[in-house]
Design a protein. Structure first.
Length: 315
């Protein structure tokens, strides 16, 4: 008869009263670590101790713990991975660096324990950890063992995390549907993602959307490019980005020093300078205002900036 999650949970719980010598030592070491100040925590050290204390020392041989900078939709995940023979007999616990790095240490500890419970069931039930009706694996066995660990160590292992604000802050790629669904709650035609992956056939809801709405998605928001990404752009792409902001930039009251006459800056000076009219006070004022070119950083009078952009940096 196959071992169920409930069977495996009861087997782990039975080791908590009384504790073995190894478990007591692990418990004491954990207390010393978690009573210290600061937010840093050595997750590998904690995982080793928790394996001894709560999981019958079954996890270390086949489970690895890593931090992931790309995991932004949940605080942690437990996944099966292939071993050297191509069989799914190893387990990887991923912790979200993005979501946990600025939160209290207790959130990292509780997330680590949550994913370790999943790993324990994968190991003890012949890799058939029950996913239950909702497909999450938080069935009776999970709740039984999680409650026992919470009661024993004063932890707060929960089924779902509450880091909704943090998750949403990473969903900076946004698409808007132009169909009827844009007026319907709860999403109002919006799709927000942390990665630049447009809505499409790979989404489980796509077919239903095609049948009931039929609208097309257009990207309406994206994160600002990093400096490294901007440097990789071509000259025309950089010029286009700056021209979109030219009006706000030209109106800036900041005065900059006059251009030098050396090197590349001298070559970027406009060849046809239009003199300001001495009869027009406003024109004279504009001609005296010095601004810097957003492409080559050359400084020149404000009334010459458009000619300079057209001549030296044409699209």
């Amino acid at each position: 008869m196959a071992v169920t999650d409930e069977d495996a949970a009861l087997a782990a719980i039975s080791t908590l009263d009384p504790l073995s010598k190894e478990q007591r030592e692990a418990c004491d070491e954990l207390s010393a670590i978690l009573s210290g100040e600061g937010s840093f925590v050595d997750t590998h050290q904690l995982f080793r101790l928790y394996d001894t204390l709560y999981f019958r020392s079954l996890l270390l041989p086949c489970v690895e713990v890593i931090w992931s900078s790309r995991l932004t939709l949940c605080a942690g995940i437990c996944e099966l991975v292939k071993d050297d023979q191509g069989k799914y007999r190893r387990i990887r616990l991923k912790l979200s660096e993005a979501l946990l790095k600025y939160r209290p240490r207790s959130d990292t500890v509780n997330t680590l324990l949550h994913e370790a419970v999943h790993a324990y069931f994968f190991v003890t039930t012949s890799w058939h950890h029950a996913r239950e009706d909702d497909g999450t694996g938080h069935g009776a066995g999970f709740l039984l063992l999680a409650d026992a660990i919470n009661n024993h160590g004063g932890y707060e292992i929960t089924v779902y995390h509450t880091f909704h604000d943090e998750v949403d802050s990473y969903r900076t790629h946004v698409w808007q549907c132009d169909g009827p669904c844009r007026s319907l709650p709860p999403f109002f035609g919006l799709v927000k993602r942390s990665m630049n992956r447009p809505p499409g056939k790979s989404d489980t809801w796509w077919k239903k959307h095609e049948e009931e709405c039929g609208g097309k998605y257009t990207k309406i928001a994206a994160p600002e490019l990093t400096q490294a990404q901007v440097r990789k752009l071509g000259a025309k792409e950089r010029a286009g980005r700056q021209k979109n902001k030219i009006s706000g930039w030209v109106n800036s009251p900041t005065s900059l020093p006059l251009a030098t006459t050396s090197g590349a800056r001298q070559r970027c000076q406009p060849s046809n300078k239009r003199p300001a009219s001495p009869l027009d006070n406003e024109s004279t004022s504009r001609s005296r205002r010095v601004v810097a070119c957003p492409i080559c950083d050359v400084s020149l009078s404000q009334d010459l900036i458009n000619e300079h952009m057209d001549e030296c940096h044409p699209l």
